[in-house]
Design a binder for this molecule. Sequence first.
Ligand SMILES: [Zn+2]
Ligand SMILES: [Zn+2]
Length: 231
Amino acid sequence: MNVRAEYTDTGKRCLQCGEMKPFAAFAKRTASTDGLRPDCRECKSKRTRKYRVENLEKVRAGENAYNAAHREVRAEYADEWRRLNPEKHRAGQIKWAKENPEKVAAKAARDRAKNPEKHRERGRRFRRENPHLTRIHKQERRAREINAKGELSRDIVQSLFAKQQGKCVYCPADLTQVKYHLDHKMPLKLGGVTEDSNMQLLCPRCNLRKSAKHPDVFAQQMSKGQWPISP
Ligand SMILES: [Zn+2]
Ligand SMILES: [Zn+2]
């Protein structure tokens, strides 16, 4: 665009887009007679973006070289930023993990390989402290293993405890006293899905007896008194 520099008291015309803009809209440049760039910040950044797209490899190489040369300084800046913005840093980490599940899994695998005993101990502690979640994770994992979708509410065990009043579905066993299993009413093997509506809590004995039977078949066997029902 063919426009001459043109000034008012508060601004000048951008030689790129031709618009009259306030001085603040222009970046500083000491080499210019007025101390400002001839094109406005908006035009400049547009051009920079365009250049970047058209010369991506060259730009990347330049950035990588710069980053390599300034690694320590950059790391210090990053440390300082993290120290000053712990919540933002944490939120960023969570967002990143959500968007990069493969990388998270790969790192977890590396950590496991590096220190298997520590990993096992962490697993044991988690299972000890989170028995409900442990059962939920197990059923979700079983679903994934057969390439089925499996997602349960995190409080499904508490809900079922309330709904079943703490009792096994098939026998009078008090699930607060014995261990409980999180069971698929319709077994995975018979096409049952891993979702809240298909789950129930059973005492270990009923669960082992039920195994992969159709729920109607098992209920019938139970009602015929095939097994004594006392837990
Ligand atoms: Zn402009
Ligand atoms: Zn039972």
